[in-house]
Design a protein around this ligand. Structure first.
Ligand code: C2O
Ligand code: CU
Ligand code: CU
Length: 478
């Protein structure tokens, strides 16, 4: 299992289970109260997508690796992460999905000064929610994420959850040229105004199409995180029935996804319970068939020859414990609407977004192709971004997001998780909370959140080209 980020306790539990003992949840060390100290060095580096013997690709790395180290934090335990910038350009780190103080959110110009080359910045926060999150730069995002900067961030539940193993697949999509190097041409108008920079190689934890070794009878918690710039995925586990436990780190009522497909847009995470019901020695493909006619095999679950871990299948997986999210008060909600506009229309014409109050930087990334409520904010965030709307602290915001464009957009809000109420008029079941909500062309989604966290917060499409080209805004909580 060389590509798995193994969870030491789960591994011990796994071994205990393998030895015939019950899954033990009591192996966890006593809770530490000290600040958890971590370090990240951002620098140019090298990746080998097809294994140690394969050809190197020049990338940018966190602590020498693609993806960056999998940080495992504790719910409610303070952490201090010192980030040192060894790139030749500014960077920041954004802790995607973590509800934290605005000053720690990592948006250059808006929440902090960018970290200049050779300089450092110390992030301090206490994760309130357990779940699967990730981190990435928020400066020159299209290029920096596209060159590999991304890493998983796991916040462990205060009370352990029983699985035989806890695995994480951080998915990245690379656009490589024929000599295996990252293709240039970031921010071209074609990518910017259509589906974004979709690549031609997808990796799991930095490796292309290696087998995933599994054992018959085990129950795995698999954390899926899509760290692609633009590629939307729809994963099918052939011969298996994944059960969704959490979306964007937030537990939901456990359920099997529609048609067995797990739709994972850029920046989204889905935690599944996967019961390994195949026979010893069998192989089962994991297919991504999101784009019509472009299905491919992402990886293969390869069962080893050992006899099943347990004689009888486990009962249905139980729900994960809920996080302490404030419940929206819909009867007293402030209504806000976000309308997504622009992009390429049929016939190769750009949708009219004329008349918008542009904040575009001419010449940078091709300028604006998108707008939110008639306004295009381009780039990654900068000083002086006027908020689209302002909320009083503690108010419930009932937010409508309406996609008038012909393209898909994973809309992401910083600092909050959104309770997803309805999609195109149909209620969304299973008490789902998300920080990144995928809107299909012409979709309307209603959601709500309590504005309990003061500051200026970003709201943008997580297709990096779209964000850079205007699909971004800011709101303020006073
Ligand atoms: Cu994942 Cu504005 O970020
Ligand atoms: Cu974010
Ligand atoms: Cu978009």
């Amino acid at each position: 299992m060389k590509y798995d980020f193994k969870y030491h306790l789960s591994r011990r539990a796994f071994l205990a289970a393998a030895a015939g003992a019950a899954i033990s949840a009591s192996l966890r060390p006593a809770r530490a109260s000290a600040v958890d100290e971590r370090q990240i060095k951002v620098a140019p580096g090298e990746a080998r997508f097809s294994g140690k013997a394969g050809p190197p690709t020049a990338v940018w790395v966190y602590n020498g690796a693609v993806p960056g180290p999998a940080f495992r934090l504790r719910q409610g335990q303070p952490v201090r992460i010192a980030v040192e910038n060894r790139l030749s350009e500014d960077t920041t780190v954004h802790w995607h999905g973590i509800r934290l103080r605005n000053a720690m959110d990592g948006v250059p110009g808006l929440t902090q000064q960018p970290i200049r080359p050779g300089e450092s910045f110390v992030y301090e926060f206490t994760p309130p929610d357990a779940g699967t999150f990730w981190y990435h730069p928020h400066a020159d995002s299209l290029v920096q994420i596209g060159r590999g900067l991304a890493g998983p961030l796991i916040v462990e539940e205060a009370e352990p959850v029983a699985f035989d193993r806890d695995l994480l697949w951080l998915l990245q999509d690379w656009r490589l040229n024929s000599d295996g190097q990252i293709a240039g041409g970031f921010g071209g108008m074609m990518d910017a105004s259509m589906s974004g920079r979709v690549g031609n190689l997808v990796t799991i934890n930095g490796q292309a199409s290696a087998d995933q070794n599994v054992r018959a009878g085990e129950r795995v918690r698999l954390r899926l995180a899509n760290a692609s710039l633009a590629r939307i995925m729809a994963l099918r586990f052939e011969g298996h029935r994944p059960v969704v436990l959490a979306i964007d780190g937030q537990p939901c009522d456990p359920h099997e996804p529609e048609d067995g497909r797990l739709v994972l847009a850029p920046a989204m995470r889905i935690d599944i319970a996967l019961d390994m019901q195949g026979d010893p020695g069998s192989r089962h493909d994991v297919i991504d068939d999101f784009y019509d006619g472009l299905a491919y095999r992402l990886t293969t679950l390869a069962y080893d020859q050992t006899s099943p871990l347990r004689a009888h299948p486990l009962a249905a997986p139980v729900a994960l414990p809920r996080n302490p999210l404030p419940e929206p008060d819909l009867s007293n909600a402030i209504r806000q609407e976000i309308v997504l506009q622009g992009g390429m229309m049929g016939g190769g014409k750009l949708a009219g977004i004329g008349g918008m109050m542009g904040m575009g930087m001419p010449g940078m990334n091709g300028g604006a192709a998108w707008a939110i409520n008639g306004m295009s904010m381009t780039g990654d965030g900068h000083a002086g971004m006027a908020p689209q709307f302002t909320l009083e602290r503690g108010a419930t915001c009932h937010l409508t997001m309406r996609n008038e464009t012909a393209w898909w957009h994973p809309m992401h809000v910083h600092g909050f998780s959104l309770s997803v109420l309805s999609r195109n008029g149909s209620p969304v079941p299973r008490r789902q909370w998300q920080d990144t909500v995928l809107l299909a062309p012409k979709d309307t989604v209603e959601c709500a959140f309590v504005a309990d966290n003061p500051g200026d917060w970003m709201l943008h499409c997580h297709v990096a080209d779209h964000q850079m080209a205007g699909l971004m805004t800011v709101f303020r909580v006073t």
